[in-house]
Design a protein around this ligand. Structure first.
Ligand code: NAD
Length: 491
């Protein structure tokens, strides 16, 4: 079994909040526990912060912004590169912390650390490409230029499913743009964010540029305090649509600029002409990464009539071989779910599918283990559109297979939902690939693959999956404002 004692660098484990360059307790002295979801061992006890702690964190970021905004883009790029190098140098330790608090396997955790670092490297480059414009004036007595400036204090509220990469995708962009930050990691997985703060501090970011508010039970109070604080100019949240809507309403009064990366309900469409083996492998990646807890997880797997039986059988056999267990156990591919609510939700979806005619051909119940939030990898055939999973994200290793006839029908079904984040299509027909990619009402389409995200590509959704975009060339713009300067040059 692995534990935090195995860390090579012990200082990467921190159990306090981080405000204005110091590790601090909550002003109420209250605490909460962080638990390993694979065996329910307590990993750490952290400060349960509240509104008054947020006030201090925002004040520190607000003060630091006065000087940090004046750093040169080159200087910020160097800080970002140093941070990136430190993350890579400490990847094993970061992966260990991540595995222990989130439950994903060690291999996956290592993958997330490197993926997380890729945002730091990417935004190090983007820091120096924040260009303005020379605007040809209609009035020849004028000259017009536009410039872009950092928006101010940015709040980064990150979820428990990607505790490293969501910090770097948000805070990496913000810090590269010249903003200072307040991080509010999910209460289930705050240790990864705290370890990142250690490394960012070591990279040389000034005091107050990074602040971390830790909370589990006070999350509503903390979220509200940050959103309603007029010194916070930008709020970026990844999590459920329910919470995203709440935060948007709380930001309305101060008109705080928002990026919302919310829930999805990704269709994964397998056409008759798909390559069977690679479609199965893509489905495994798209569904089982992080035990099904990704916002682009293949939630509705639509399979065309001609290939349905073969695909269902091949996928089920492949899933039967997936080993389930704690992230540190040998050959484990599917870890536990991160919290107990997730097990309840998955079971309610399985039971609802059964009630509406779904046939469970594999799994279907929690895994029999002494402890931990485990669920058996589950395959349900004969899915129909009456079922809860048709409308809600399952967020668990539960595969539901729907059979369809035509391209037109599957597009209708795929688009018939309130959210639109990721999607996947499996086809060897290039004309169909274009038609379907263009017609899907989503922010991202994966063609003949099972992984959707890259630091150099925009990530974001449409409809109730939120607005704003992260990563790519446009991710940094979320943290910038435009200013135009008009100059009278008349004699
Ligand atoms: P939840 O809505 O309770 O919490 C989601 C996240 O929001 C957590 O990180 C939590 O710390 C934070 N949060 C909750 N209330 C908040 C508030 N008032 N202010 C600020 N932050 C707040 O969801 P959950 O039970 O953890 O998961 C439920 C479902 O949400 C999942 O099954 C999944 O569908 C979705 N989800 C999506 C993502 C994603 O990556 N888009 C991440 C987490 C959860």
């Amino acid at each position: 079994m692995s534990s935090l004692n195995d860390l090579k660098r012990k200082d990467l484990f921190q159990s306090k909040g981080y405000i204005n360059g110091s590790w601090v307790d909550s002003s109420s002295s209250k605490t909460f526990d962080v638990v390993n979801p694979a065996n329910l061992d307590r990993l750490a006890t952290l400060p349960e912060m509240g509104a008054s702690d947020c006030d201090k964190a925002v004040a520190a970021a607000h003060e630091a912004f006065k000087t940090y905004k004046k750093t040169s883009a080159r200087e910020r790029a160097r800080l970002m590169r140093k941070w990136n190098d430190l993350v890579i140098a400490n990847a094993d330790d970061l992966a260990l912390i991540l595995m222990l608090e989130n439950g994903k396997t060690l291999a996956e955790a290592k993958g997330e650390v490197l993926y997380g670092a890729s945002f730091l490297e990417w935004f190090a480059g983007e820091a120096e490409r924040i260009h303005g414009e020379y605007v040809p004036p209609a009035n020849l007595n004028q000259r017009i230029i536009t410039m872009r400036q950092p928006i101010g204090v940015a709040a980064c509220m990150t979820p428990w499913n990607f505790p490293i990469a969501m910090i770097t995708r948000k805070a990496g962009a913000a810090l590269a743009a010249g903003c200072t930050t307040v991080w509010k990691p999910a209460g289930e997985t705050p240790l990864s964010a705290l370890a990142q703060a250690v490394l960012a501090q070591e990279a040389g970011f000034p005091k107050g540029a990074i602040n971390v508010v830790t909370t589990l039970n006070n999350v509503a109070e903390v979220g509200k305090a940050i959103c309603e604080d007029k010194r916070v100019k930008k709020m970026s949240f990844t999590g459920s649509t329910r919470v995203g809507k709440l935060l948007a309403s709380q930001c309305a009064n101060s008109l705080t600029k928002l990026t919302l990366e919310l829930g999805g309900n990704s269709p994964f469409i397998v056409f008759d002409d798909a390559k069977l083996d690679s479609a199965v492998e893509a489905a495994i990646m798209a569904k089982f990464r992080n035990s099904g807890q990704t916002c682009v997880t293949a939630n509705r797997i639509f399979v065309q009539k001609g290939i349905y039986d073969k695909f269902a059988e091949a996928l089920t056999e492949r899933i039967r071989k997936l080993k389930v267990g704690a992230g540190w156990e040998k050959d484990v591919f599917v870890g536990p779910l991160t919290h107990d609510r997730a097990v309840e939700k998955a079971m309610s979806h399985i039971n609802d599918a059964k009630k509406h005619g779904g046939q469970v051909v594999l799994g279907g119940s929690p895994l029999e283990r002494q402890k931990g939030y485990f669920i058996q990898p589950t395959v349900i055939t004969h899915m129909n559109r009456e079922m809860l999973t048709t409308r809600e994200e399952t967020f668990a290793p539960v595969v539901g297979l729907y059979e369809f006839d035509s391209e037109e029908q599957v597009l209708d079904w795929a688009n018939d939902c309130d959210v639109g984040l990721g999607s996947f299509i499996q086809t060897e027909n290039i004309a169909r690939m274009w038609r379907v990619s263009e017609a899907l009402e989503v922010g991202m389409v994966g063609v003949n693959l099972g992984l959707l995200s890259a630091s150099e590509s925009q990530f974001g959704g449409v409809k109730e999956s939120g607005y704003g975009t992260e990563g790519g060339r446009h991710g940094i713009e979320e943290y910038l404002v435009w200013k135009s300067i008009l100059i009278n040059v008349a004699n």
